[in-house]
Write a protein that binds this ligand. Structure first.
Ligand code: ADP
Ligand code: ADP
Length: 463
């Protein structure tokens, strides 16, 4: 049985990086509240204005911290581009370091790859972190010699690695995986290295001082360190944070950790998840692991159907549930999969559990401030005339569109070798890329040339 064998780390030296669509929010660092949970004025932790919603979000974060939120969800109601996602992300940052933030667009739930409940389960488990403490055996020393023997075919490699401290010297056998990572990290004699014995992960700490005079010592960035003293082998306690979903995928025998990088994980067996939950529970009791509930942000929640909503109702009851934030810009609309209408297309029993935070459309002054922040974040200089044009575009179309224009007009500016974005650059890209409103107008004028209404309806119809 695999009970004792649950892995929490991919056995490769490549770090797992969950790619989320968070680039547009990279300027956000927190809710920007003072110690009385009042929003500070001006830009604070990357947020501007929307004070009432930020205050409400601050109270929710306090509730989460004191575990008074179990079984409930947040509903962020407000027009598009009014900061619902930004505030959701700021909440996860306020909750602490390593707190996962997962964004799920409701239409993703209806992918053909997996069932709706599987897609939702995966999203929930991506939003729950597990901080694991482990005792690791590490070798730390200066490389004296690396010898590699290749078989005649070149297919198998074995070798020996000699490591030393100022007090001892030992020769270790090398397998082909270790040989590969030594050459990948470009380890040579004279490097001071650290090797994690269980994973085989090797990292270069620096170059030994004794080699400082070598002709091959490398460029100015070479870091020189002393040859370590004492024993070669040490016990280290290390912590790393993974999500429940990552543990699921790494341990799912059919796919393995490579699926994490490919992003195509398919369905995961419920028995495996139960086993993993049991193990995490055990680790928690032994003080080896800590569960960190994160934030699951469900965008355009009115597109979920009644089955998804009953799943949400049940999942919120679970002990390990993340903070669920649903976002919607709809008023009264039909609940998908039923004949009934309700606010935001959300069934009443779920609405009852929701704390509602509303965001308002921005005044142009706020829009200008936000655009300024984004330009800074993207390292783009914008003339004040161009900024007012962008601000007008932002108020008349959407803030998100105006933010995108910063990036594209910067490209136009670089093309003509300018050093700051001018009105002309904005005009050029405004002509090239349509905003949503103009795109809809264009589509309806040319609808026959594109797809039929029916295709469109069956794909995303809400009402
Ligand atoms: P919504 O989720 O309501 O559609 P977003 O949160 O995606 O809106 O906001 C659109 C863009 O504007 C994002 O890049 C977001 O980071 C930025 N933004 C929105 N509100 C603020 C704010 N109050 N302060 C700073 N940036 C903001
Ligand atoms: P769409 O995606 O709009 O249905 P495609 O891009 O597939 O159309 O175009 C159909 C074919 O015509 C493709 O072989 C494409 O390479 C070619 N094509 C379309 N537009 C151009 C263009 N501006 N210059 C050269 N080839 C083109």
């Amino acid at each position: 049985k695999m009970a004792g064998l649950i892995q929490t780390q991919p056995t490769s030296s490549t770090a797992i990086q969950t790619l989320e669509r968070i680039g547009a929010h990279s300027h956000i660092r927190g809710l920007g509240l003072d110690e009385h949970l009042q929003p500070k004025s001006g830009p604070a932790q990357g947020l501007i204005g929307q004070k009432q919603a930020r205050r409400a979000a601050g109270i929710v974060v306090e509730m989460v911290k004191s575990s008074k939120i179990a079984g409930r969800a947040i509903l962020m109601a407000g027009p598009p581009s009014s900061g619902k996602t930004a505030i959701g992300m700021a909440m996860s940052q306020t909750l602490g370091p390593d707190v996962p933030f997962v964004m799920l667009s409701s239409s993703e739930v209806f992918s053909l790859e997996m069932s709706k409940t599987e897609a939702l389960t995966q999203a929930f488990r991506k939003a729950i972190g597990v901080r694991i403490k482990e005792e690791a055996e590490v070798l730390e020393g200066e490389v004296v010699e690396i010898i590699v023997d290749r078989s005649l075919t070149g297919a198998t490699k074995t070798g020996k690695l000699t490591l030393k401290t100022t007090d001892m010297e030992t020769i270790y056998d090398l397998g082909s995986k270790m040989i590969d990572s030594l050459s990948k990290e470009k380890i040579t004699a004279g490097d001071v290295v650290s090797i994690d014995k269980s994973s085989g992960r090797i990292s270069k700490i620096g170059r030994s001082y004794t080699r400082a005079r070598d002709y091959d010592a490398g460029g100015a960035e070479t870091k020189f360190v002393a040859c370590p003293e004492g024993e070669l082998q040490h016990r280290r306690s290390i912590t790393h944070t993974v999500t429940l979903h990552e543990i699921d995928v790494i341990n799912s025998r059919t796919q393995g950790f490579l699926a994490l990088f490919a992003g195509d994980t398919g369905e995961i067996k419920p028995e495996l998840r139960q086993q993993i939950d049991g193990k995490v529970e055990e680790w928690k009791e032994e003080g080896k692991a800590e569960v960190i509930p994160g934030v699951l942000f469900i965008d355009e929640v009115h597109m979920l159907d009644i089955e998804c909503f009953s799943f949400l109702n049940r999942a919120l009851e679970s002990e390990m549930a993340p903070l669920v934030i649903m976002a919607s810009n709809r008023g009264i609309t039909r609940i998908r999969g039923t004949r009934f209408r309700s606010p935001h297309g959300i069934p009443i029993d779920l609405l009852d559990r929701a704390l509602i935070v509303s965001t308002k459309k921005y005044e142009s002054q706020d829009i200008e401030e936000i655009l300024k922040l984004r330009a800074q974040e993207e390292d783009v200089a914008v003339s004040s005339e161009a900024l007012s044009v962008l601000t007008r575009i932002g108020s008349e179309t959407s803030l998100r569109y105006a933010i995108n224009l910063i990036t594209t007009s910067h490209l136009a500016c670089r093309r003509r070798k300018g050093d700051q974005v001018e009105v002309g650059d904005v005009k050029r890209v405004y002509g090239l890329f349509l905003d949503e409103q103009r795109s809809v107008t264009y589509l309806s004028e040319h609808s026959k040339e594109f797809m039929s209404e029916e295709d469109y309806e069956s794909g995303i119809a809400a009402d």
